[in-house]
Design a protein around this ligand. Structure first.
Ligand SMILES: [Fe+2]
Ligand SMILES: [Fe+2]
Length: 247
């Protein structure tokens, strides 16, 4: 057998190491499909194996200093929904903060966690946007369940299909609504729900570039990149970046 050069051997070693990094699934990824008390996300390592502690090579690689739009392009699904909501709000003549709130309102569903998505998204964006925008994103999830005839907002027919005729929001949701409806920023959140279209058009393709200027002006993009800026929500962005990191 021919002798291998040092660099060939080094390449092989690097490849072996890459092949032996084990991605770990958090319990929440399988909870529901599996009983969470029975999930063991730590599998035993065989000799030469290590847990993955960074980028998961099955995902698209994020830049070292990722921007909001990098997350849109490389981690979020179904951006059409928020892009069309933002365009609708803009064409209705609403202020930039409403357009931005519409653009960001469902990013938790799109890339992180569905349950309580308004609350999660609001925390994700809070360090980077006007307080009113984060408040409205949090409130939209609650306000979606409650009609407001004064602006022509009805309980969504889609919710009857999605959750059934008998679904009623829990007491904590009603309590949140009671507080939100008299809040000074109520209408900002209500405008998200008004522009939150379900029957969005699959044929309309909107490029992120349409909102580049808006995001540039109102989303305080950290120079170290989302996730690496030590903000109170940096860990959430890092988790979306490398969701199978062991710790
Ligand atoms: Fe939503
Ligand atoms: Fe939405």
């Amino acid at each position: 057998m021919a002798n291998k050069t040092l660099s060939q051997r080094a390449d092989e070693l690097e490849h072996e190491q890459l092949a032996k990094l084990i991605p770990a699934k958090s319990v929440i990824y399988t909870s529901g499909e599996e009983d969470p008390t029975q999930v063991n996300s730590f599998q035993l390592l065989r000799p030469g194996e290590h847990y993955l502690m960074g980028h998961d090579s099955r995902l698209k690689k994020m830049p070292d200093r990722p921007t909001l739009f990098d997350f849109f392009r490389l981690r979020f699904f179904a951006a059409d929904h928020v892009l069309q909501s933002a365009r609708l709000a803009r064409s209705a003549g609403h202020p930039d903060k409403v357009v931005l709130a519409c653009l960001l309102h469902d990013i938790a569903v799109m890339g992180f966690i569905r349950s309580d998505h308004g609350y999660w998204a609001a925390q994700m964006i809070a360090p980077y946007v006007d307080e009113e925008v984060a408040w409205a994103v949090r409130a939209h999830q609650v306000l979606r369940f409650f009609p407001d005839p004064s602006v022509g907002y009805e309980y969504p027919k889609a919710y009857i299909q999605l959750f059934g005729e008998g679904f009623r929001p829990e007491a904590y949701v009603v309590r949140a609504y009671e507080k939100m409806k008299s809040h000074k920023w109520y209408m900002t959140a209500r405008l998200i729900t008004l522009n939150d279209i379900y029957a969005f058009d699959p044929n309309v393709k909107i490029e992120l570039g349409e909102f580049e200027d808006l995001v540039g002006r109102y989303f305080r993009q950290p120079s170290d990149g989302l996730g690496f800026d030590d903000s109170p929500s940096a860990h959430m962005w890092r988790t979306i970046n490398w969701p199978t990191r062991a710790l």
